[in-house]
Write a protein that binds this ligand. Structure first.
Ligand SMILES: *Cc1c(COP(=O)(O)O)cnc(C)c1O
Length: 360
């Protein structure tokens, strides 16, 4: 946290208005402008953003929502929160995002929406997905928790579908400890989202409740933290992209590793920098991870278990045999550090250690 963020929070503490107030309004206005959308609604976290978006789009019990099994669990849990059923489809080998060709066979009479995740910070194939959605009259929700500031054909993430959902959790590219945001150009979705955030109350109709709602309000302290970071997001992204360029150059030459690929017309904001460690009976992904750990380099696996492996998400339509690409990815991916505060020495330590492991 820089001085800007600390001063901004102290100002809120001194102002006497800690809960949702002027700072939340300011963040919403700036965020909508940044994404190029008409409306933004701040909420308490990214999971609440997804839940609110599904409710605002009218998704309810018995409906089916198509999504990817290779994502953080919140994506699918939000579907259960409105009583609907997550239907998983397999991912694309190169980008780890939803494979648009797998969507059509999964559509039934009950399908109402698709939640598209821009995994690791790269937008999915929205041209194909939005076209399919139009044809079958489906809502498209963008899970943009990892893709703030990414672009798809000159549109910003958050403006690529009917409604976008962001997270400002502590590890995300901009953060407020906990926080979330919904973006949309649709006035009705906007109004429903605002009501849902505060017990179903309409603006200026105090203690009148028009529908079910929750307390999903963001605090002014969290908003005050996010505002200065939104200002810096372009430079934060640049640093991540520069680190990725250095890694691509070095690791692209190692036979056992596959570096991230970016599909045409998109930018990648590298929320995670993910290597694919090709299966090799002698040297596995997990061995590389252990080796790095012993040299003081923390890595992570996003994600070790596809979501259809968890009991509460196991519906008959989600049978494991349908997901060969997801199965393989979960065994091969390894996220290495790409935080903007890494030093040049740390970047070189990561490169040298991985080269040492492969004896190159
Ligand atoms: C972080 C994340 C979420 C959930 O956001 P929280 O703020 O942690 O609730 C949802 N989807 C994806 C893809 C995420 O990475």
């Amino acid at each position: 946290m820089g001085k800007d963020e600390i001063d901004a929070v102290v100002d809120v503490l001194k102002s006497g208005q800690l809960a949702q107030g002027k700072k939340v309004d300011e963040l919403e206005k700036k965020f909508a402008k940044f994404c190029g959308v008409k409306y933004a609604v701040a909420v308490v976290n990214g999971t609440a953003a997804l839940h609110t978006a599904l409710f605002a789009c009218g998704i309810k019990q018995e409906d089916e929502v198509i999504t990817t099994p290779f994502t953080f669990v919140a994506t699918a849990n939000s579907i259960l929160m409105v009583g609907a059923k997550p239907v998983f489809v397999d991912i694309d080998e190169k980008t780890f995002n939803l494979n648009p060709e797998k969507i059509k066979p999964a559509i039934t009479k009950k399908t109402k929406a698709i939640i598209v995740v821009n995994l690791y910070g790269q937008p999915a194939d929205y041209a194909a997905i939005n076209e399919m959605a139009k044809k079958y009259n489906l809502i498209v929700i963008e899970d943009a928790a990892q893709s703030i500031n990414a672009r798809y054909k000159n549109k910003m993430s958050g403006n690529l579908a009917d409604i976008g959902c962001f997270s400002f959790y502590a590890t995300k590219n901009i953060m407020s400890g906990e926080g979330g945001m919904i973006t949309t150009n649709d006035k009705l979705h906007y109004e429903k989202a605002r009501m849902f955030r505060h017990h179903g109350e309409k603006q200026n109709k105090r203690y009148e409740y028009f529908d079910l709602g929750y307390n999903y309000r963001m605090t002014d302290m969290a908003a005050a933290l996010a505002i200065p970071q939104l200002k810096k997001i372009k430079s934060i992204t640049k640093i991540r992209q520069n680190f990725a360029k250095i890694f691509n150059d070095k690791f692209g030459k190692i036979e056992n590793l596959t570096v991230p690929t970016i599909s045409q017309g998109r930018t990648h904001v590298y929320h995670q920098y993910v290597l694919r460690v090709k299966k090799n009976p002698k040297i596995s992904r997990d061995e590389l991870q252990r080796f790095l750990k012993n040299k003081g380099i923390q890595t992570n696996i996003h994600y070790p278990k596809p979501l259809y492996e968890f009991n509460h998400l196991q519906f008959p339509v989600n049978h494991r045999s349908k997901f060969p690409v997801t199965e393989k990815a979960s065994k091969e991916v390894l996220s290495i550090p790409i935080h903007p505060h890494l030093s040049g020495n740390e970047i070189h330590h990561i490169i040298d250690t991985i080269k040492e492991f492969y004896c190159v």
